[in-house]
Design a protein around this ligand. Structure first.
Ligand SMILES: Nc1ncnc2c1ncn2[C@@H]1O[C@H](COP(=O)(O)OP(=O)(O)OP(=O)(O)O)[C@@H](O)[C@H]1O
Length: 243
């Protein structure tokens, strides 16, 4: 069953076309990645899925609902990774988790989540004094605290140290094992390969292809490279020379 349907999505900022034509669907329980160069339209696409932006043309459905019209109904079911500036400086880690869990009818145990993300030693630290990686971990915890049906994680592990990245991958796999559908935007090809069932590759606002990491590697034709990696495959599909 598909949980997210994006059909011929278009979004402009003034004269600039950020998303020209993107269509894909995400199945229930899938970890679905969106990859592509800076400025390709990944964040704009996920913001249309989140209901933060309205499409200029095309349609988006999440759990059968239109995110720009049915934001209130979807808010209970979607977990969204916040940008860091959206939290008050003086809010402590435990207060943020406690506050966010109170917004949902059936929240996760935030103390457990805090522990899984290695934040327990920082429970009484105010947001302003957290390191970049700790802020990132908190944003992941806040995305998951409502026990969402769909979690949307933009640049999941950016700024995390190698151990924290691996711990986060494990956490996302556990979340998926509970039936949560996960959409993640990433620039890390090891992360995409390890975590994602399928990847949407976007370039200059257009969808290039949707496929499994394994198929993308198997079908990559990169001159002079005998055994292409996923990074080689994605670069070959998205480089300006392939336009
Ligand atoms: N609020 C905005 N106003 C005007 N232009 C914008 C705005 N947000 C994004 N853009 C432009 O739209 C295009 C797509 O941006 P978007 O953030 O969706 O790309 P992205 O693929 O997520 O990039 P990155 O990998 O750098 O995060 C870019 O050219 C960007 O400059």
């Amino acid at each position: 069953m598909s949980v997210i349907e994006v059909t011929n999505l278009q979004k402009r900022y003034g004269d600039h076309v950020a998303v020209a034509d993107v269509s894909f669907s995400v199945d229930e329980g899938e970890i679905f990645g969106i990859v592509g160069p800076n400025g390709a339209g990944k964040t704009t696409t996920v913001e249309c899925i989140e209901g933060i932006r309205s499409p200029d043309a095309g349609s988006v459905r999440v759990l059968g609902l239109d995110p720009s019209r049915d934001r209130t109904a979807l808010r209970q079911k979607l977990g969204i990774q916040l940008q860091e500036s959206q939290l008050p400086d003086q809010l402590k880690v435990w207060e943020a988790l406690d506050l966010y869990s109170s917004f949902y009818p059936n929240p996760a145990d935030w103390r457990e989540l805090m522990d899984e993300l290695g934040l327990t030693p920082k429970r009484n630290t105010v947001f302003r004094k957290l390191s970049g990686g700790q802020k990132q971990r908190l944003s992941i915890a806040l995305a998951l605290v409502g026990n969402p049906s769909v979690a949307i994680l933009d640049e999941l592990t950016t700024g995390l140290d190698p151990q924290a990245r691996r711990d986060t991958w494990e956490l996302i796999q556990q979340v998926r094992a509970r039936g949560v559908t996960v959409v993640l935007v990433t620039h890390f090809m090891d992360e995409a390969e390890r975590l994602c069932d399928r990847l949407a590759v976007v370039r200059a606002g257009q969808l290039v292809t949707v496929d499994t990491p394994g198929n993308l590697i198997a079908e990559a034709r990169v001159p002079g490279v005998e055994r292409p990696t996923l990074e080689d495959a994605i670069l070959a599909l998205t480089s300006p020379r392939s336009l």
